[in-house]
Ligand binder design. Structure first.
Ligand SMILES: *Cc1c(COP(=O)(O)O)cnc(C)c1O
Length: 352
């Protein structure tokens, strides 16, 4: 979901952006107008996340998944990286990194189907590890890191695709942050990379495609080739919306409220129950189940008729999932909880 205001603004500007007589879709990516769009988006993102000056922002293509390859190609100098395995997306990143060097599993929560975040205080981090990869919010399983792992000074690479801009973070604790736009920032297309300057190198792996070399994209202000212009424009509008509502602390309060509504109901419900350990519950993706696959499916179907979409759990885990991304209003979550309560009354005694 994207904020209503943002969609309406884009609608108004759709055929004629800033008096140009053209849609943003039709602008040249090197035009003055698009320059302004990308520079403003960058500046607003920098303000929102309080990104220090020694970090660079790139707007790229290829989604978070391409970063699973781009990161090792660009910053795996010793050909060794550590991974905290917390679900599907870290598995994918790990498999990809293995093509370019040693990918080392430092910790994992696979033993209990990723329903928690493993202890990251005494990780077996060797001196020659280039970085430690984490997925900060596990979209599919519904867990999140509540504190960053102790990496003994090694750079943290964080996949923040499903939690970026949901709350303030201390960017200086990371080496690199990446996120696909489509969950919390804008329409699919753009991928944001925030990278500490010293990690941007010229001597990347020989196999690195030129468009994937951070240095090339940095030197060309994210336009080594044509960027996903429209997606960047929409992300820029979302950044402005976030600034208008009071920035990321305000956003966090709203997200906290939404998560609390769902989880406090899950804790009292006799039909539904949450599927992850309490202390690691995601603020963005609440996963739950009735314990009965058939009844879960009934809920998916009936809730659809009542106007709720996307409550089916990810195809890899089943069950149910409510995504509470930034643009979802508190009222929608209140309505969902009301609906779940009604469903519970109707189906009392059916779950497991
Ligand atoms: C959705 C998601 C991805 C995949 O993003 P793409 O842009 O489709 O490559 C990766 N990581 C996380 C945490 C996600 O939620």
């Amino acid at each position: 979901m994207l904020p209503d205001e943002v969609m309406k603004e884009a609608y108004r500007e759709f055929l004629d952006y800033a008096g140009s007589g053209m849609s943003v879709m039709e602008l040249n990516h090197r035009s003055v107008l698009f320059n302004e769009i990308i520079d403003k988006a960058k500046e607003d993102l920098k303000t929102l996340l309080a990104i220090p000056d020694n970090y660079k922002i790139l707007f790229l293509q290829g989604g978070a998944s391409l970063q699973f390859a781009a990161v090792p190609m660009n910053i795996m100098r010793n050909h060794k990286a550590g991974f905290i395995m917390t679900g599907h997306w870290t598995k994918r990143a790990y498999e990809e990194a293995k093509k370019y060097g040693d990918a080392i599993e430092l910790a994992s929560s696979a033993d209990r189907n990723y329903c928690y975040i493993p202890d990251c205080n005494n990780l077996p981090i060797s001196d020659d590890i280039d970085y430690v990869h984490i997925c900060e919010n596990n979209t599919i399983y519904g867990t999140r890191f509540t504190q960053l792992p102790d990496t003994f000074g090694k750079a943290i690479v964080s996949d923040m695709s499903s939690c970026i801009l949901s709350e303030p973070i201390d960017v200086s604790k990371y080496g690199l942050i990446f996120a696909g736009a489509q969950k919390n920032m804008g329409p699919a297309g753009a991928t944001i990379v925030i990278i500490r300057e010293d990690l941007i190198r010229d001597d990347v792996m020989d196999c690195t495609p030129s468009v994937m070399k951070y240095k090339n994209q940095l030197d060309n202000n994210s336009r080594f080739n044509t960027p996903p212009c429209y997606s960047i424009y929409m992300c820029g509008k979302v950044f402005q919306w976030l600034k208008r509502i009071g920035g990321l602390s305000a956003m966090k309060e709203i997200n906290r409220k939404k998560a609390a509504l769902v989880y406090s109901y899950l804790d009292e419900s006799k039909l539904f129950h949450g599927t992850v350990d309490r202390e690691f519950r995601s603020m963005a993706n609440a996963t739950f189940t009735t314990g009965d696959d058939d009844l879960d499916m009934v809920f998916v179907e009936e809730s659809k008729k009542a106007g709720f979409v996307g409550l089916k759990g990810h195809r890899f885990v089943g069950g149910l999932r409510a995504s509470l991304y930034n643009a979802i209003p508190v009222e929608n979550v209140e309505a969902l909880v009301r609906y779940m309560k009604e469903f519970e009354v109707e189906h009392m005694g059916e779950g497991l």
